[in-house]
Write a protein that binds this ligand. Sequence first.
Ligand code: G3I
Length: 450
Amino acid sequence: MSMIVRRLSRAATAGLVAAAALTAAAHSAEAADTLGSAAAGQGRYFGTAVAASHLGESDYAATLDREFSSVTPENEMKWDATEPSRGSFTFTSADRIVDHAQSQGMDVRGHTLVWHSQLPSWVSPLGAQDLRTAMNAHINGLMGHYKGEIHSWDVVNEAFQDGGSGARRSSPFQDKLGDGFIEEAFRTARAADPAAKLCYNDYNTDGVNAKSNAVYDMVKDFKSRGVPIDCVGFQSHFNSNSPVPSDYRHNLQRFADLGVDVQITELDIEGSGSAQAADYTKVVEACLAVSRCTGMTVWGVTDKYSWRSGGTPLLFDGDYNEKPAYGAVLSALGGSGGPGDPGDPGDPGDGASCTAMYTRTADWSSGYNGQVTITAGAEPISSWTATVTLPAQQSVSSLWNGTPTWSGNVMTVRPSWNGTLAAGASTSFGFTAAKNGSDAAPTVGTCTAS
Ligand code: G3I
């Protein structure tokens, strides 16, 4: 009953939502100094994955609201979150994200309806016929609740195996229902919300390879038989083992040529500095070169909450400072106001910025060596300042490649010889600390540059 009330009230607000989105777009066209507004100038959306649990953090919400024009719930619309027991839907966390997005005039991507992972335990034991009924009921329940409010749905996620075979991945759906489950899910989804774009979404399909060829063949077959598919999502999780492929644009284009939109759905690129920025530029330029690439979504707002936080793969660091990659994306989108541009809302000061990242480089029972890497933003810098707060018991016995001053347990470090850095370049200072009974890590504060 409560679900039906919610559905009616969501549908009633849909007109207001559309009006809010138009207002945001009109505002964007004037400013073009944020990711969302710059992308809007290119006829694209620029989105991010969002976790409901972080919306109460003011810096998180401020960065989200300022920069992005689309959100994807990172986990809150998955099957285990929305239908934890059969027929009993819970939308509290997902509604929180959708309501927040709508209040800011942002669009919402739906992720995801049918996936082998994050399935509640009641699904896998079902027999074939029952599983088919449950799959369709899940699609109807979720899409019905958000009818008219989601611009694109990942209807089926990650149904193909990695590796060279191009085969389907084993899952309850594949194993019990066979290849036809994907087609059935798309047909059910079209009837549930005819206005939503219906997407197939996967990873390691970003370049031409056996897996993307298999998805390509499926989409081609669907289009030839009238199976309702509107878009293909390319997750685009990149790192040194899986770099941005050189044929990325070509791969996006060949799918678009089948008559579907393409979207970059979960973009993140491990790394830092100018190399990471250059990779982000490649991705944005590839999307802009393909007219049916309708938008890009990065898989999180800040490095500190990334599923790959150790790889610092996103556009904002853990203190919500814009990274060089942010400036590169903004610039590739044709925007202005990135790090160093006068009036940029995310800069601590105009013209110069830096980030500081801590790692423990050696460890023994009574002490450790710490290293802080300083990376210049999109402009060259001539000096930097980083603060490191030590746990109260710890003491620093030596420090190299930097000049410290102390206030209680807060160490402020400035360059010794290494203040001048080219845009995106890095230096580091190191120190030896005595644990004195505390093995906790120090905290590195905001880096400032001039
Ligand atoms: O919320 C619980 C918390 O209560 C519990 O204490 C904690 C203990 O482990 O787990 C928390 O849940 C975690 C959840 O993220 C929320 O943080 C899960 O363990 C963890 O498995 C889950 O990871 C998510 C992952 O999908 C699951 O497969 C990541 O956040 C999410 O970024 C990731 O997203 C996927 C896309 O959906 C599909 N493509 C790949 C992408 C990256 O793996």
